[in-house]
Design a protein. Structure first.
Length: 110
């Protein structure tokens, strides 16, 4: 079972680290290079499709847009909880998604 996010994590400020573009229906598509290492950057230029394109749903888009460099993880969780009042775990799910975005290199924490 996953525990509630700890205090130091809640105080971090998520910042978008990669590019994005508008998707269908107001959603967002994240663009991540397949190779992040600067050492292998030359290989990216040879690739036909050098980027992953990750399509977010409406909730993922809301979390992504909340990563504006001013809100803490706790504030993003609160915003998601208020946006989805019928779901008691909406804020917790937003925190889990932020951790996954960080693992994938989509966001960094300040």
């Amino acid at each position: 079972m996953t525990s509630f996010p700890d205090e130091p994590f809640l105080a971090l400020v998520p910042v978008q680290a990669l590019a994005s573009e508008p998707g269908e229906g107001g959603t967002v598509v994240l663009i991540r290079p397949k190779i992040l290492s600067p050492r292998w950057a030359w290989l990216v230029r040879l690739m036909k499709r050098p980027n992953f394109r990750v399509k977010l749903d409406a909730r993922g888009t809301a979390v992504w847009q909340a990563c504006d460099g001013t809100r803490t993880v706790a504030q993003v969780m609160e915003a998601m909880a208020q946006a989805h009042p019928g779901e008691p775990d909406a804020g917790f799910r937003a925190a889990l998604f932020l951790r996954e975005l960080a693992r994938g290199g989509f966001v960094r924490f300040a």
